[in-house]
Every structure is written in C-alpha cells, then in structure tokens.
Write a protein that binds this ligand. Structure first.
Ligand code: BYC
Length: 328
C-alpha cells in the first residue's frame, strides 16, 4: 500500500512519454491479447491514475446511490417490498466495499478516497443527485438505473484490470436481481390503476434525462474514452453504451404503454443508431460539478456518517488509543 494524498500523486506523476518504452510495449501487448493486469504487475502511471479515478468514482456512486432508494426502505408499500429494497440498498453498499478494495490495490488509501468524496474533489454518478419523490421513482431507479449500470458494467467486466473486472462480475450478478425486482415493481404500477400509471409515467419523465446523462458526455466531448479504450478499461464508448441501453430498454418501456419524454426519439433501422433530442448537456455539467438538485444534501449525509462513525474507526484501527466514546 502506497498511501493516499501526496504519495499517490507522486506514484502517478510519470508522463506516458517518459515511461520505459519496452515495458510499455509489453504491457500493451498483454492487454491486446486479452491478458489481465494484476496489482503487482508493471503498469504505466497513467493507467494507475485513470483506473483509480474510474473505480473510485464508481465506488462513490454506489454509496451515494444507496441514498435515493434508502429513503424508501421504511415507506415501501408492504412488507415484501420493504424487505426487497432493504436487501438491494445493502447490496449497493457491498458493491462500494468491493470497488474501494479494488481501487486500493492501485495504491490510494480508502481514507484518501472518502476524503476526496466528502470534500467534493472526486466525482460520482450524476444520476444520484436527483430526488426520489414517490415509490414509483424507487421502482424506476431499480429497473432502469440498474439496467443502465448492467449494460456498462457487463461490458467493462471484460476489461483489462483483474481486480476491477472480477468485482464487476460479482456486481453484475447482484444487479440483475435488482433489475428483476425493479421491473416487477414498474410492471405492477404500469398495469395498475390510473393513478398508479400516472405515478410511474411521471417518475419516468423525471429520470429519462439523467439516464441519458448516466453514460457520460457524447463521444466527441469525452476526455478519457480514447486512452481507456486503448487499454481496455472501457469496452465501449459512451455513445455505444447509451445506444445499447436504448436498444434494449426503449421497446420494453413502450411495451408497458409508457411514453418516453422525447419527441425526437427514433431508431435508424439501417445503422441501428438511436437519435434523441439534446438531453441538456449543460445540466449534466452543472450536476457533475456539484450544482444539481441534491448534491449538497447527498454529500452532507456522507459527511455526517463519516463524522458519526469516526470513533468506531479509531477504536478498531488503534485500540491502544483507548478512544472515549463521545456522549453527545
Ligand atoms: N456522472 O471523459 P468522460 C449503480 C465525468 S452505480 C458523473 O467520458 P469516462 C447504482 C467524468 O468522470 C454505477 N460524472 O469520462 C448504485 C469526467 O470527469 P473527470 C455507476 C461523469 O470516465 C446504486 C468527465 O465527465 N456506474 O449502478 O471516460 C443504486 C468527462 O467524461 C459521468 C459507473 O460508475 C456521470 N454519469 O466515462 C442503483 C460506471 N459521465 O473525472 C444503481 C463506471 C462522465 O475528468 N464508470 N462523467 O473530472 C464509467 O463507465 C465511466 O467513468 C463513465 C464516464 C462512462 C461514467
């Protein structure tokens, strides 16, 4: 373990052009042949830095992502759904644990990652900065946000970094249970009373735009795709993943008689490419840079959790300090 903060900055400082060309060539040949890179293997500093950024953001997305659905645990309709959403939220936190562990193998400590999350230095998925007003929002998240995540993660599970791809394999299996549970909850509402149908339609209207944003900016605006695809960290571009999601889920949404709030949505049958209205990329930029509907609230919850649990970490990690439990 290299440590966090400045130490991690140091070990990732080497520019790509200054790397040993022979080692770099061997590394790239291994990846091109479908080999996995393991933590003890040589890797360019930029690979370490990019992977850490991506896995860390993914881990943050899982713990922050537990919050919108978490608010529905006590209010889910009926005991069966309460148990299911409780299990799902617990799974998401488990995914964060797996991902933080995978990121730690690259040298950044968990403390440094959590610190970067709560201070707003590190990003997490745009989509979890939106509110889940009704039970239908929780249902749409479980179906379509998990579906979007599966499209992205099933592809990236075949990627080059061993610990990340193994974590994604396990995560995708659990996400596919979430998707079935979410689909069941949406079908129930969509085939229910007029009020239930209206509720699920309104939820879909709220989540469609953030879902389009979920896959990242259009390819021509993406900063990292080129190098991440070259090193098989990303196995598809943002536009390819978004298109795959629309191909799989737009027909399923229409089957339920729901409308997608985009008058320009349509598929070119020859190219297989979906066209859609501009989902407001300016809003996307604002949200990922901290100015979305609930960014401040989401981070405030995380900060409170970190502060309230500090004594537990101290007691476990340094029992010799005989840390006194605060009474207030
Ligand atoms: N949200 O160069 P680009 C879940 C940033 S949780 C926020 O295209 P890249 C679940 C990007 O970081 C699973 N930021 O980036 C949990 C970069 O900024 P920086 C969530 C975004 O990395 C609970 C800049 O925009 N999934 O499933 O090549 C309940 C330029 O973008 C986003 C993952 O985390 C975004 N959506 O591609 C239910 C998947 N998009 O870092 C469900 C793992 C872009 O330069 N991550 N940015 O400051 C990825 O696959 C890729 O990182 C992305 C972006 C496709 C998201």
């Amino acid at each position: 373990m290299y440590g966090g903060g400045n130490t991690f900055e140091k070990i990732t400082a080497t520019k790509l052009e200054d790397e040993d060309p022979i080692l770099l060539q061997e590394f790239e040949e291994k990846i091109a042949k479908g080999g996995k890179i393991e933590p003890q293997d040589w890797m360019p500093a930029l690979y370490r830095k990019q992977l850490t950024r991506m896995i860390e953001q993914h881990a943050h997305s899982e713990i922050i992502g537990a919050l919108p659905e978490g608010t529905w645990i006590t209010r889910a309709p009926g005991f069966r759904r309460k148990r299911a959403i409780l299990a799902k939220v617990q799974d998401e936190i488990g995914h964060a644990q797996l991902l933080y562990s995978a990121a730690e193998t690259l040298g950044k400590t968990r403390e440094a990652m959590i610190n970067d999350l709560v201070t707003g230095k590190s990003k997490y998925s745009n989509i979890f900065n939106y509110p889940a007003y009704t039970w239908a929002d929780a249902a749409v998240i479980a179906w379509l946000v998990d579906a979007a995540a599966i499209v992205n993660q099933t592809a990236n599970a075949k990627g080059s970094y061993g610990p990340y791809s193994r974590a994604l394999d396990r995560i995708c299996i659990e996400e596919s249970f979430h998707l079935k549970y979410g689909h069941d909850a949406v079908v129930y509402l969509a085939t229910g009373t007029d009020m239930q149908r209206q509720m699920v339609q309104e939820a879909l209207n709220r989540w469609w735009k953030p879902l389009m944003h979920f896959f990242g900016p259009p390819d021509k605006q993406s900063k990292h795709t080129e190098i991440l695809m070259r090193w098989k960290v990303k196995m598809g571009t943002n536009d390819e993943m978004r298109n795959q999601f629309m191909d799989m889920y737009v027909p399923k949404i229409w089957e339920l008689g729901l409308d997608i709030p985009d008058a320009e949505l349509g598929k070119d049958e020859e190219t297989g490419i979906w066209s859609f209205a501009d989902p407001d990329w300016e809003e996307f930029k604002r949200v990922i840079n901290g100015d979305g509907p609930l960014n401040k609230e989401r981070l405030a919850v995380r900060k409170a959790v970190e502060n309230n649990s500090e004594w537990i970490r101290k007691a476990i990690l340094s029992p010799e300090s005989k840390y006194v439990v605060p009474l207030a």
